[in-house]
Design a protein around this ligand. Structure first.
Ligand SMILES: [Zn+2]
Length: 116
């Protein structure tokens, strides 16, 4: 595995372990390092240009769309055409998403269940 991804995974594991023990202020510090590493990795590896970004989105949905949280794959697939054409993606086509920090469930839109 890519050494950078190994570090990202390690940071994520340590942060989650601290959160599990209620040490959120400690986890916050580790998550800062995690976010930094993730951003730098993505910046180095991200496709450049609308055509390549759209191609990457299409390939992502084709490869792992069935494993993505419910509802995300069609929304991601719909981003390829506007990106390929150099158009913006309106908020109506890309609704807000919330991720539960405890279980990782993804909620699309404004409705966030209270009991998850
Ligand atoms: Zn949850």
């Amino acid at each position: 595995m890519d050494e950078r991804l190994e570090r990202i995974g390690r940071l994520a594991r340590v942060a989650r372990g601290l959160e599990r023990e209620g040490a959120y202020n400690g986890a916050k510090l580790v998550r800062a390092a995690l976010d930094s590493e993730l951003i730098r990795y993505a910046e180095a590896e991200a496709p450049s240009g609308g055509g390549r970004a759209a191609e990457a989105a299409d390939a992502l949905v084709a490869d792992i769309g069935a494993d993505l949280p419910a509802g995300l794959a069609p929304l991601i697939a719909a981003t390829a055409a506007p990106v390929r054409a150099g158009r913006t993606i309106p908020l109506a086509d890309a609704p807000r998403c919330h991720v539960c920090r405890t279980c990782g469930a993804v909620f699309i839109g404004d409705e966030v269940p209270v009991d998850t």
